[in-house]
Ligand binder design. Structure first.
Ligand SMILES: CC/C=C\C/C=C\C/C=C\C/C=C\C/C=C\C/C=C/C(=O)SCCNC(=O)CCNC(=O)[C@H](O)C(C)(C)COP(=O)(O)OP(=O)(O)OC[C@H]1O[C@@H](n2cnc3c(N)ncnc32)[C@H](O)[C@@H]1OP(=O)(O)O
Ligand code: FAD
Length: 667
């Protein structure tokens, strides 16, 4: 079956048009699967269309040619235009629509509202009492104030228990006194803190009568609402340029005995009474929920980052012709090379897999917040914490790898800022660090795994959560030809073996006399391996579940090819474990390799449409190389001509230095 996809093909590069004609599915239908519903996929298109009708939002000067200050100013200008059209463009308070709007118009380099939407408002929703929400949430949603999330300090990010900023309660004045006792206690890194925000959620150590209660969230006004000047007692500024994300003003913040009212401690789950008595929360880590919220989004957001890079690389590979295969009269599209397919298609599969996981974890977080806020039920917190800790680490790592391969797949032009892939890479890999450094978070996931293994060893398998149930599965011989379930079984055995081995190693060191912490550190590499396998198993199972649920036959067939590629690629990638433990034979390995190569061939005709289905506009992609029309060479030439360096034939640097130097050399 062959579809001419709905998008207009006329005028596009004929090589791309040909790719779109041969696709076996409808990209609008695929978009429904990617974005979780027909309704949201349609809303995205509608929003994109509405944006295209607002002249002030069309791309002006390319971001690559802008200074940092110009990028920040441009983002603010766009936010101002958006603000004037907000209610016509999206449903007010719809988080997904707001995120789409920002991604499309402002892009990924950061902007003053990035943390306002993703952490400031969510913290108020999850941590502020009803009364506090009444006071601040409405104002935040109406954008009367701009907020950020200030937790990390110069000296501590990972180890939250050692944050040094203090919030000391003064019963006589019913105030908290915020203070930065040392240079390492300066808040450092929070996005949009430096210059844009006038409010912040500040995580500080709550101290009452000389007793420390650990990090708690406070809402703090940083700047005067009229003048935007920092309030007395507050030192705040920008931390300087970064590897990417330079449209954002990540900042520093210090307090000099800065007083805030008692009512500024967010008190949905814990309280400090006027006399200083403390009511503890129903779960010790409930104050960490905003981090879990962002981690639960990361599989989706990182999937979309990698998708952007792959749209660019796949479209370009279908237009770029170099070298010959059978027909010596015409050079081939580089997408026809097996190595190019092997470089790109497994990442396409991962993009889909990550996004399916993201759809699931976003919902899990929303359910958790309902359970906690409405029923005081915190029982889901531990599982979601371990799941999202593993997932953010695995997904960000593979996203970085996938984007870098996408860059290389574009040859020399991939290295140019015209491709925009380097910016996507820089922004995406920040995710390996923010919301918990990947190794640290893999070790959090490992805590849950070790506990589960210990339960099995102690004879209590019935206490395992469903995600851990595979740890009780016996070893079996598996026939891989029966389909995805066989791959799951092998993966389960590999993951189970590693979880038991790592736990055994931990116990061995403890029996030999090491403390649990020291034994843990001596086993940490093995523990992180167990966490990765555990998480990759979850990703694989989610992918299978999602594909099984699809009703559109042609979409399901295309995704089944992608799923088969994923299964074979993943198993091959962890084959060293399986071979070492005798779980798989070398004959099975050969079978997997052959399946992998044949999956590449099956996916080839659909590659461009699998990526077109994300329906990123050219405005959002910001890539000269990856534009929908595929007129790569003309677009590149126009872009290069617009470089500021090309606005004059002879640069001042030549007149001032090179010319005199050459003249001197002649003497
Ligand atoms: C954001 C992206 C959104 C959209 C992108 C779209 C477009 C892009 C455009 C713009 C970009 C937008 C935003 C910019 C991006 C970045 C924002 C970044 C923000 C930040 O980075 S905020 C700071 C984040 N910081 C961290 O993550 C710190 C990591 N450290 C920790 O979380 C804790 O210190 C750690 C490691 C969990 C340890 O905590 P602690 O020492 O207190 O505990 P223990 O290790 O002793 O464990 C005890 C016990 O508690 C359990 N536990 C820990 N945490 C939790 C939890 N959250 N929930 C439930 N349970 C928890 C732990 O498992 C232990 O249990 P056990 O005893 O084993 O049973
Ligand atoms: C782009 C960006 C945006 C950010 N936005 C915000 C924000 O909005 N708000 C905010 O509060 N913060 C923000 N941060 C800060 C971020 O959350 C922290 O940088 C992150 O949590 C890592 O902490 P760290 O810098 O202390 O790393 P460190 O912990 O110092 O990591 C250094 C090394 O030590 C290792 N390590 C540390 N502890 C352990 C351990 N227990 N076991 C094994 N290895 C360990 C790590 O694995 C790593 O290899 C942002 C950071 C970036 C890059």
């Amino acid at each position: 079956m062959s579809f001419l996809n709905k998008e207009i093909c006329d005028g596009d590069n004929p090589d791309l048009t040909e790719e779109r004609r041969t696709a076996t599915f409808d990209t609008d239908r695929m978009a429904q699967v990617i974005y979780g519903s027909e309704k949201f996929a349609a809303r995205r298109r509608q929003i994109t269309k509405s944006i295209s009708r607002i002249p002030a939002l069309q791309d002006t000067k390319p971001l690559a040619f802008m200074t940092r200050e110009e990028k920040i100013t441009e983002a603010c200008r766009e936010l101002d235009v958006l603000s004037d059209h907000w209610e016509q463009l999206i449903y007010v308070n719809d988080e997904e629509e707001a995120l789409h709007l920002h991604r499309e118009v402002i892009g990924m380099e950061g902007h003053p509202f990035a943390l306002h939407e993703t952490m400031f408002i969510p913290t108020l929703v999850s941590q502020a009492s009803d009364e506090q929400q009444e006071k601040w949430l409405g104002r935040a949603r109406k954008r009367e104030i701009i907020g950020c999330y200030a937790q990390t300090e110069l000296g501590h990010g990972s180890n939250l228990r050692k944050l040094e900023t203090t919030a000391t309660y003064s019963p006589s004045t019913q105030e908290f006194i915020l203070h930065t006792p040392t240079i390492t206690a300066l808040k450092w890194w929070p996005g949009a803190l430096g210059k844009s925000s006038n409010y912040a959620i500040v995580m500080a150590d709550l101290v009452i009568k000389n007793k420390s209660y650990g990090p708690h969230p406070f809402i703090v006004q940083l700047r005067d609402e009229k003048t935007h000047q920092p309030l007395p007692g507050i030192t705040v500024g920008d931390i300087g340029p970064k590897m990417a994300f330079n449209g954002a003003d990540n900042g520093f913040l210090g307090f000099d005995h800065f007083r805030i009212p008692r009512g500024n401690l967010l008190m949905r789950h814990n309280r400090v009474e006027p006399d200083g008595s403390y009511l503890k929360p129903p779960h010790a880590k409930i104050g960490y929920s905003s981090m879990v919220k962002v981690r639960s989004r990361m599989a989706m957001d990182q999937g979309l980052f990698m998708a952007q890079a792959l749209v660019i690389a796949v479209r370009y590979s279908a237009v770029r012709r170099q070298g010959f295969l059978e027909d010596k009269s015409q050079e081939v599209k580089v997408l026809d090379y097996q190595t190019q397919q092997h470089r790109l298609f497994p990442s396409i599969a991962r993009v889909y897999a990550f996004i399916f996981c993201g759809l699931e974890t976003i919902q899990l977080y929303e359910k958790l917040i309902l359970d906690v806020n409405k029923n005081g039920d915190t029982s889901g917190m531990a599982d979601l914490h371990s799941l999202t800790s593993g997932l953010k680490s695995v997904v960000t790592h593979f996203t970085g790898q996938g984007i870098e391969q996408a860059r290389m797949a574009c040859g020399g032009h991939g290295y140019s800022m015209a491709s925009y892939i380097s910016e996507i890479y820089g922004v995406a890999v920040a995710g390996c660090t923010y919301e918990g450094e990947n190794m640290v978070m893999l070790l959090q996931c490992a805590r849950a795994l070790v506990k589960a293994v210990e339960l099995v060893e102690e004879g209590h398998p019935e206490k395992l959560s469903p995600m851990m149930a595979y740890l009780t599965k016996p070893s079996v011989t598996v026939d891989l030809t029966v389909g995805p379930e066989a791959y799951v079984k092998i993966f389960q055995l590999i993951a189970k073996k590693q979880a038991f081995k790592a736990t055994e190693q931990l116990h061995k060191f403890m029996v030999a006399g090491d403390s649990r912490d020291v034994a843990w550190n001596k086993s940490a590499v093995e523990l992180t391996k167990a966490s990765r396998l555990h998480t990759r198993l979850y990703i694989l199972k989610t992918f299978i579940r999602r594909v099984e649920s699809i009703t559109d036959i042609s979409v399901k067939a295309a995704l089944t090819d992608l799923l088969n590629l994923h299964l074979n690629y993943e198993l091959l990638d962890v084959a060293s474990y399986a071979l070492a433990d005798g779980i798989m034979s070398s004959t099975q390995m050969d079978f997997i390799k052959n399946q992998l190569y044949s999956s590449l061939e099956k996916i080839r005709p659909n590659a461009v449409s699998l990526m077109d289905s994300f329906q990123f506009s050219d405005l959002q992609l910001r890539s000269v190389l990856g534009r929908r029309d595929g007129h790569v060479y003309q677009n590149l030439f126009e872009w290069a001509k617009s470089s500021p360096l090309n606005q004059s034939e002879v640069l001042p640097s030549v007149t001032q230095y090179l010319k005199p130097m050459m003249e001197k050399s002649k003497l």
